[in-house]
Ligand binder design. Structure first.
Ligand SMILES: [Zn+2]
Length: 133
């Protein structure tokens, strides 16, 4: 019985090893497939996943410097100004008990949030391929 148990343990160990090896192979293959190469949208050159510049045409992967990064301070300021207005109006509307003052303040807060949304969306913009024309 002891021999059988040892054999069983050895076999199960082997099986677990096989399964883990298979899993590692499968997942490394899977992750490899997912992030091995990226293709330049301008000249269709295959590039390593971590490259930030196309070796074929010189296109860059990142934020559009002119449109996004340079405007970012202004976008940030506008976003925070509108959020600030929204917060102040909400707090004011919450603190004020008279309905005549409450309604415009809350309406203003909603308007400010609505104005802030596009800036928030713009600031969340992901890096992409771009090329100076
Ligand atoms: Zn390219």
């Amino acid at each position: 019985m002891k021999v059988d148990l040892g054999f069983f343990v050895a076999k199960s160990y082997e099986i677990v090893n096989c399964i883990s090896y298979f899993c590692i192979c499968f997942f490394s293959e899977f992750s490899h497939e997912e992030s091995s190469m990226q293709i330049c949208p301008f000249c269709k050159t295959e590039l390593p996943d971590d490259s930030i510049k196309c070796s074929g045409c010189g296109a860059r992967h990142g934020y559009l410097i002119r449109k996004t990064v340079q405007q970012k301070p202004w976008l940030m300021v506008r976003l925070f100004v509108w959020i600030g207005i929204a917060v102040v109006c909400l707090l004011g509307g919450y603190a004020v008990t008279a309905a005549l003052a409450k309604i415009p303040l809350i309406a203003m807060a909603i308007f400010a949030v609505w104005k802030a949304i596009p800036y928030g969306v713009l600031l969340r913009k992901k890096a992409r391929w771009w090329r100076r024309t």
